[in-house]
Design a protein. Sequence first.
Length: 168
Amino acid sequence: MNKYKDQFAFSVSHTTRKPREGERNGVDYIFVTREQMNKDIEDGKFIDYNYIHRNIYATSYESLDNVTKSGKICIFDINVNAALKMRQTKLNPFIICLLPRTMDVLEERIRYRGQDDENSIKTRLKTAEEEIKLINENKDKWDMLLINDNSNETTKYIDKQLFKMVEE
């Protein structure tokens, strides 16, 4: 992604969850209170929002505007429900969906991160199973569906695809 920083930029999502170690407000997420998030939802400031693991995540029109006003193509790092909602907008998104090879691999990755307790891990795995089912039920909605066996190889592949898009 760094090699395309002049052409692409990430939209920064809003969330009501607490920052994890090393996360920076305005860079990784825009961290807001639940009250502020609810007000912004009521005011129609978001393209989409979702309730995930007792928190709210949202994609703001402002974040999209910030990227597009800079002359760049906006990349969203969003969940399956948000991607399906995005598909219904006039934005004409190109959606890349990443999947783990197996649920065991996903569990191993979550545990390796070391940021979740056992209950949270179970909740995340249950959510992942539901999302994978939704992905499979909506295969026609994804422009690219990739198994993320190796993050370096997956990144290289996506880089090649981005290069093709930039060159067109």
